[in-house]
Structure formats: C-alpha cells, structure tokens
Write a protein that binds this ligand. Structure first.
Ligand code: FES
Length: 93
C-alpha cells in the first residue's frame, strides 16, 4: 500500500470553520500508511476546513470532525474517494 500524506489546513479561515477539531479527529483515528499534517493555507479559503490527500491530489471541503472516520476508513484504508465530501471546484460531479 502506498504512503499517503493528509494535509489539513490550519490557517485562519479554516480554523474559524473548525479545522483544529478536524486535525485532532484525524490524529485520533488510526491511519495505517498515512501521515497526518496540519498545513499552511491551501489557497481555498472560505471552503474549509480543507483537507488535501497526497499524492492522490484529492481535495475535500467543509469537512466536519464527524466525517473524519469515514474519510479514514474509505479513502485512507480502501483507497476510495468519499464522493459526498469532494471539493466541487476540483472534482466536478
Ligand atoms: S485558510 Fe484554509 S485554505 Fe486558506
């Protein structure tokens, strides 16, 4: 299984939307083969909390802490995107 890095924006706008709790939720979930990192602004302010999974280049927007277990189970463990949380700007349906 390849190693993934999950970037969770911790800059001002995303923090106001609850990004610290999203980061904490990722840190409490066991994510094999994934590195969890708070990041600087991802350039998508106003759509946060923003989460970017690399090297997949999959973006998730307006992520709520309650949705983190689903992201870990489905994307990080099974390699399947969580369609309901995809950022529409980069992943138009
Ligand atoms: S503050 Fe999170 S994308 Fe800019």
């Amino acid at each position: 299984m390849s190693t993934k890095t999950v970037l969770i924006c911790q800059n001002t706008t995303c923090r106001k939307a609850g990004a610290a709790k999203v980061l904490a939720a990722f840190q409490t979930e066991f994510s094999p083969n994934a590195t969890i990192q708070g990041s600087a602004c991802l350039g998508q302010c106003g759509n946060g909390p923003m989460v970017l999974v690399m090297p997949d280049q999959v973006w998730y927007s307006r992520v709520h802490p309650d949705e983190v277990p689903t992201l870990v189970q489905q994307h990080l463990r099974r390699g399947q995107q969580v369609k309901a949380l995809l950022y529409p700007k980069y992943h138009p349906s």
